[in-house]
Design a protein around this ligand. Structure first.
Ligand code: IVH
Length: 674
C-alpha cells in the first residue's frame, strides 16, 4: 500500500527545492546547479505527478517551470482586443449560429463561411509597420498582451519583413509544437500546448530558439489601410507574404455542408502533426463581419465548433451537492477515476434534480460520461442492466448544505417553475458566500492575479476571508506563514489587491453579483448611474423605488432584472456588505458609451420588423451613432422608429399621446444619412 501522506510530504519538499533552483535559473539568470541536474529534478517531479494523480491538484510542476510573464515581460495594450470564440458542440448550435447571423443582417440567404482547423496552441499577435516586424505580443487577458517579440522572432515560420504590405498590419495566429517534436519534450511538459506556452515564456530567447515552435496565421488585428474584402483574400495574401496557412482551410457555401466537413476533418485529426480541437467558422465577407461586430467577449461572426466529445464508462460512488454563487444547488457525481480524452476525470455533473429523476441516476450505477471541450463532464446514460438489486433511488435533498430549505423559483418571463433549486440566503449561507467571493476576484470582476478559486478556498478555511471587504484587509503576516507563500508572492498579492481597488463602476456592479446582472447589464446600469454616488442611492428605500421605476426605460433591463435589484438591496446583509466593500475602493466613473455621433443624446426606440436590417443591427447602429435605446415609450423618447412588419400598436398610440416623433424605416436611414 502506498503511503499517500508520505508521498505528498516528499513531493512538497522536492517542489520547494525546485522552486529555488527555478527562480535562480530563470528570474536571476544565476543557476545553482548544472542544466543536467536541473532537468533531472524536473523530470523526477513530472514523473511523480504522472504516477500519482492525487498530486495533480496541488502545485503542478508545469506551472512553476519558467517564470510568470507578468513580472517578466512588458505589458502592451492590443490595438484591437484579442477576443475569444463562443463554442458550438452540436449540429443545432451551428444552425443557431447561422440563424442569428441571418437575423442580425436581416438576410435570408446562405452565408459563406471560412472553415479553418482550430489549432490547439498559443495565440500571438505580430505588428508590422511599413513591412517590418515591430513587436509580437501574447494574448494575455485579451486586452493587454506580453511583449514576447524576441521569443516570437526565433520562430522560422514568422516572416520578419513583408513585401508591399499596408502601412500597419497586425497578423494573428497560433504558435504550436508538432506532435513529433513534442515526443522529445514529453518529459518536461504534459502536452504540446503547454510546451508551446512554456517555451514562449522563456526569459532567455536562446532557450526558446532551441524548441521547434511553428506558426499558422489565421487573422488580423489592426490594419491601415484595409485592403481585404474577405477572409479568403486575407489568407491568400498572408500566404504570399510567407506565413504558413493551414492547408485544410476552405470555404463552406452552405450550412448543410458543415456536418460533412466536420466529420472529414475529425477523421483526419489523428494523422495531423498538430493538435486540432475543432473547426473555426468565420463569416467570409469582412463587410458582414463589421456589421455583426462583437459582444463583450466574442465576435458574432465566428464560432468554434468543437470536435465530438469523448465518452467513457465508470461507476458512481457518491452524489454530492454543490452550492453556486447564486445559491443554485447542483448535484455532482463522484465517480471512479477514468481517463477521458487524455484527462483523468473523477467528477461529473448531474445538472439538477429533474435530470436525476428523468434518468433515474443512483449511487452505485454504472454510467457513461461524456467530456466536451473544457466543460465539466456530464453523465449521459445509466446502464441499468448492471444495477444491483438493492440499489436505492436517490432522494434529492430539499435543504442547502447550510441546513436551510431551498426553493424552486417561478420565472417571471416564462411563468414556469425553474428546474434548479436554490438557497436564497445569499451571504447568510456560508456556501453561497464563499462562491460569491470567488466571483468577486474573477477575471471579469476585480481580476485579482494570484487570488484564484483555490486560494479563496484556502483563505476561507483559515477564516481569513468572509465578506468581499475582507479581501482588501487581508492579514498578510498570517498568510506569509502559510505553506506555498513567500515574501515575493505576498508582495505580488498585495500589489494585485491594491491595484484592483481602482475599479470602474460597471465592473463593480457586475462583481457584487446581483442575479440577472451580467457584464452587459452591468454596463447598461453603469451608463445610467455614471458614478458610485448615484449608484449608492439604491441603498435608500425611497430613492430606490423611484430609481427602479426609471430603469424600466433602459433597453435590456426588464422586470426580472428590476425585481432582482430590488431583492438584492432590500436585504440588509447585502446592503452592509456592499457598503463596506465600497468604503475600501476607489470606484471610477463609467465613461459613457460614445455619445458623439449624428444621434448624440437622442433616445430611440424601434418597433416592428425592418426591411433592410434587423432590429438588433438597427439598435447597434443607433448606439454607434451616439443614441440611447429605450425599452419603453416615455416622454424622454425622441424617436419611435416603426418597421413595416407588425409594429406594436400600443407603443405607437402611447407615442402619439406623448407627442413623440414617429418615423418610418426610410426616415430612419435619412437620419443617419445613409
Ligand atoms: S479566430 C476573434 N481562427 O482559438 C476570433 N482562432 O478562442 C479570434 N485558434 O485564442 C480567433 N485556430 O488562439 C481563430 N483558425 C483560427 C484559430 C483560432 C486556433 C485559437 C485562438 C483563440 C482560440 C479561440
Amino acid at each position: 500500500m502506498i503511503n499517500k501522506n508520505q508521498i505528498i510530504k516528499e513531493y512538497k519538499i522536492k517542489i520547494k527545492k525546485f522552486k529555488k533552483l527555478n527562480s535562480a535559473y530563470f528570474d536571476k539568470d544565476k543557476p545553482l546547479v548544472s542544466d543536467q541536474e536541473f532537468d533531472e529534478i524536473k523530470k523526477e517531479l513530472i514523473q511523480l505527478e504522472k504516477k500519482y494523480s492525487f498530486l495533480k491538484s496541488s502545485i503542478k510542476i508545469e506551472n512553476i517551470i519558467g517564470s510568470k510573464p507578468s513580472s517578466k515581460f512588458e505589458k502592451v495594450k492590443h490595438s484591437k482586443p484579442m477576443l475569444s470564440l463562443s463554442n458550438a458542440f452540436k449540429k443545432e448550435d451551428m444552425q443557431d449560429f447561422k440563424k442569428k447571423i441571418n437575423n442580425f443582417l436581416n438576410k435570408n440567404s446562405e452565408i459563406q463561411f471560412s472553415s479553418e482547423p482550430k489549432i490547439d496552441g498559443i495565440s500571438a499577435s505580430l505588428r508590422y509597420e511599413n513591412g517590418k516586424l515591430i513587436y509580437g505580443l501574447s494574448r494575455g487577458d485579451g486586452f493587454f498582451g506580453e511583449n514576447i517579440t524576441e521569443n516570437l522572432a526565433t520562430i522560422k515560420d514568422i516572416p520578419k519583413n513583408l513585401n508591399n504590405s499596408p502601412k500597419t498590419i497586425e497578423v494573428r495566429g497560433e504558435v504550436y509544437i508538432g506532435k513529433k517534436d513534442f515526443e522529445k519534450l514529453k518529459d518536461k511538459f504534459a502536452n504540446p500546448r503547454n510546451a508551446a506556452g512554456g517555451s514562449l515564456r522563456q526569459k532567455n530567447s536562446k532557450e526558446t530558439a532551441k524548441i521547434p515552435l511553428k506558426f499558422f496565421a489565421y487573422g488580423i488585428g489592426e490594419i491601415v489601410p484595409q485592403i481585404f474584402k474577405t477572409q479568403t483574400d486575407l489568407l491568400k495574401q498572408l500566404k504570399n507574404w510567407g506565413f504558413p496557412i493551414n492547408p485544410y482551410c476552405k470555404i463552406i457555401e452552405n450550412i448543410k455542408d458543415v456536418e460533412k466537413n466536420h466529420s472529414f476533418l475529425e477523421s483526419l485529426r489523428s494523422t495531423l502533426d498538430y493538435d486540432v480541437d475543432g473547426i473555426v467558422y468565420k463569416v467570409n465577407n469582412f463587410n458582414f463581419q463589421e456589421r455583426l461586430g462583437s459582444t463583450s467577449n466574442s465576435p458574432r461572426w465566428a464560432i468554434a465548433y468543437k470536435f465530438s466529445s469523448v465518452k467513457a464508462s465508470s461507476t458512481i460512488r457518491k452524489i454530492l451537492i454543490q452550492v453556486g454563487r447564486t445559491g443554485a444547488i447542483t448535484p455532482v457525481a463522484k465517480i471512479d477515476p477514468v481517463t477521458v480524452g487524455g484527462v483523468v476525470v473523477s467528477n461529473a455533473t448531474l445538472h439538477n434534480e429533474d435530470e436525476i429523476i428523468r434518468k433515474d441516476i443512483r449511487v452505485g450505477d454504472t454510467i457513461t460520461i461524456q467530456r466536451a471541450g473544457d466543460v465539466i463532464p456530464q453523465v449521459l446514460s445509466v446502464n441499468k442492466s448492471k444495477r444491483e438489486k438493492n440499489s436505492k433511488q436517490f432522494i434529492f435533498p430539499d435543504k442547502c448544505l447550510c441546513g436551510n430549505p431551498t426553493k424552486k423559483e417561478i420565472s417571471m418571463s416564462t411563468k414556469k417553475t425553474d428546474a434548479v433549486r436554490r438557497c436564497t440566503r445569499g451571504y447568510e449561507c456560508d456556501f453561497t458566500a464563499k462562491e460569491k467571493l470567488k466571483h468577486i476576484v474573477s477575471k471579469d470582476a476585480f481580476d485579482i492575479e494570484g487570488l484564484g478559486k483555490k486560494v479563496i478556498d484556502n483563505f476561507w478555511e483559515l477564516k481569513l476571508v468572509r465578506t468581499p471587504a475582507d479581501i482588501f484587509k487581508l492579514n498578510y503576516k498570517k498568510i506569509e506563514k502559510l505553506e506555498g507563500w513567500g515574501k515575493l508572492s505576498i508582495k505580488n498579492l498585495q500589489n494585485a489587491v491594491n491595484k484592483s481597488k481602482n475599479i470602474v463602476l460597471n465592473r463593480f456592479i457586475y462583481s457584487i453579483g446581483i442575479r440577472h446582472i451580467g457584464q452587459e447589464n452591468a454596463k447598461i446600469l453603469a451608463n445610467f448611474f455614471k458614478n458610485s454616488n448615484k449608484f449608492s442611492e439604491l441603498f435608500l428605500p425611497q430613492k430606490r423605488k423611484s430609481i427602479l421605476k426609471n430603469l424600466d426605460d433602459l433597453d435590456g433591463i426588464g422586470n426580472t432584472q428590476i425585481k432582482s435589484i430590488e431583492d438584492f438591496f432590500s436585504n440588509n446583509k447585502n446592503l452592509n456588505i456592499t457598503q463596506s466593500l465600497m468604503s475600501m475602493l476607489n470606484i471610477k466613473n463609467f465613461k459613457s458609451i460614445s455619445r458623439t455621433g449624428k444621434l448624440s443624446n437622442k433616445n430611440i426606440m424601434f418597433t416592428g420588423g425592418f426591411e433592410k436590417m434587423s432590429r438588433s443591427e438597427a439598435k447597434a447602429l443607433a448606439e454607434e451613432n451616439g443614441a440611447k435605446i429605450l425599452g419603453s415609450v416615455s416622454k424622454k423618447l425622441n424617436y419611435l422608429v416603426i418597421g413595416n412588419s407588425k409594429p406594436t400598436k400600443k407603443k405607437i398610440e402611447k407615442a402619439k399621446e406623448l407627442n413623440v416623433n414617429i418615423i418610418t424605416e426610410e426616415s430612419w436611414y435619412n437620419l443617419l444619412n445613409r
